[in-house]
Design a protein around this ligand. Structure first.
Ligand SMILES: *Cc1c(COP(=O)(O)O)cnc(C)c1O
Length: 470
């Protein structure tokens, strides 16, 4: 700001220098008392030169436009947005004495707010470079073991198995538990399709059940009703960061001798009854896709506290090869390994996980403030003290969703509708068991931009919210 202030009666050359020093190509001209008396842009300077003013000539008040636009120190953001436009991109802001103290840039208004963006810092680059320079860029290397150990410790599990993505984490979990043709696996109707696809990949039959109206997570009552003699497993999905009712689900599983695979792809760090969500099921699966709470680019992890299952998972991940006899295969396995490069990113992200979670929470609180008077929005439910939710993408149900979607779009704010109810799609219709709540939630739900760069002040201004300071 200082660099762009020029005293009146400077030479044109000095003013051009000031314009040059400042990234947005503008000089604020002040009088002897420091009071703003004009603004000179690149274009204004060009016009002065064309009108015959020399570089060493003095610029006086008569050269300046009298009708320049400015803001006042206590102007609100909407007021500043009103004063600026595509042509007047930068306006000075003056204090009570008329002295320039700041400026406002119009670009902000046309700024596109993306729904998600990986939050990568120096540590990620440092670890990645370290892995790269070690030449261990494939699936062996120190970061793999370290990431598995540290992520398992963070989650309170005994073993971690890093894999190529969250989808194969689910697939390998089903195979390791011996689930295949003839077996039924209960999944929720409101989830990302990877949950049901992996059941089909394993050759088993998905049974799709409804979710709880209030929490959007798989409904234990619906699970009970869907159990048959062929049921082998349940895959509760901690959807949009909300923990499932693990008390009831584990109760049902124990009663009927069923396996539980937790799909934790959207809920890193969430807790139920004081324990990390992933510590309830026989195997828990995470995704580290770029838009998840923490990322390795592509990547996933299986967690288990059962040593035998851990051993099975490791063999399946590595082509089914006998760990004690090279190139001897006892089972048909996969190559589902993660690279050391991805694991390096994972270690760096995990070191910052509290921050990553905190930022998302902060953004959610900001939205709730902005829309606090809005009765048509129903935020995620925090009324169950056992469920300690995390924010993945800020998610809420909107009455009249279509018009909200158009409004957000017109303000350059990227929003996403919720996942479709699985059984609404012809592909999965025949696996439907119950789906009433999931249909309604799916029809009303929207995810809002949730990144550390989400500019809540601008979003507040775009919606004319008051009480959020500039
Ligand atoms: C993202 C996601 C997955 C799959 O993870 P990928 O790493 O993208 O394969 C599975 N289940 C849920 C609920 C997800 O959100």
């Amino acid at each position: 700001m200082k660099e762009s202030i020029s005293p009146i009666n400077s030479t044109l050359k000095d003013i051009l220098r000031a314009i040059n020093e400042e990234p947005y190509g503008i000089a604020f001209v002040v009088d002897q008392k420091g009071v703003l008396c004009g603004v000179v842009t690149d274009g204004d300077a060009r016009r002065l030169i064309l009108s015959g003013l020399g570089l060493n000539d003095i610029v006086t008040k008569s050269h300046l436009r009298q009708d320049f636009i400015f803001g006042k120190k206590d102007d609100s953001l909407p007021e500043l947005l009103k004063k600026s436009n595509r042509k007047v991109r930068i306006i000075p802001i003056i204090d009570e004495d008329g002295q320039p103290v700041d400026y406002f840039r119009y670009e902000h208004r046309t700024h596109f707010t993306p729904i998600a963006q990986p939050d990568l810092e120096n540590k990620e680059l440092e670890f990645l470079l370290d892995a790269y320079l070690s030449t261990w860029i494939s699936s062996k290397g120190e970061y793999i073991n370290r990431f598995e150990t540290e992520f398992a410790r963070y989650c309170g599990a005994n073993h971690g198995l890093a894999v190529s993505n969250g989808t194969v984490a689910l697939h390998i979990a089903l195979v390791a538990l011996g689930i295949g043709p003839g077996d039924e696996v209960i999944v929720p109707d409101l989830t990302f399709a990877a949950t049901i696809n992996t059941v089909l990949h394993a050759g088993a039959t998905p049974v799709v059940v409804d979710v709880e109206k209030d929490f959007w997570t798989i409904d234990p009552e619906c699970i009970r009703k869907a159990i048959t003699p062929r049921t082998k497993a349940i895959i509760p999905v901690h959807i949009y960061g909300q923990p499932c009712d693990m008390d009831q689900i584990m109760g049902i599983a124990n009663e009927h001798g069923l396996f539980v695979i937790e799909d934790c792809a959207e809920a890193h760090g969430a807790e139920f009854s004081g324990r990390k969500i992933c510590s309830f099921g026989h195997i828990s699966c995470f995704s580290f896709f770029a838009n998840k709470i923490m990322t390795t680019g592509e990547g996933g992890m299986c967690l288990t506290s059962d040593s035998e299952l851990n051993q099975k998972l490791r063999i399946l991940r590595d082509h089914g090869m006998n760990p004690n006899r090279q190139y001897w295969h006892d089972v048909v396995g996969f190559n589902y390994r993660m690279t050391n490069l991805q694991a390096a990113l994972g270690c760096a992200q995990l070191a910052r996980i509290q921050d990553l979670i905190g930022v998302r929470q902060f953004v959610e609180n900001g939205y709730r403030k902005i829309f606090s008077k809005e009765k048509k929005i129903q935020w995620q439910n925090d009324s169950d003290p056992r469920r300690k939710r995390v924010t993945w993408l800020v998610s809420a149900l909107f009455e009249d969703r279509e018009s909200w979607m158009n409004t957000f779009k017109s303000k350059q704010i990227e929003i996403r509708p919720f996942f479709y109810s699985l059984t609404e799609m012809p592909l999965y219709q025949k696996y439907a068991h119950s789906f009433e709540n999931s249909r309604e939630i799916s029809r009303k739900g929207l995810c809002l931009p949730t990144t550390k760069d989400t500019n809540l002040e601008l979003i507040a201004a775009a919606f004319g919210a008051t009480g959020i300071s500039r």
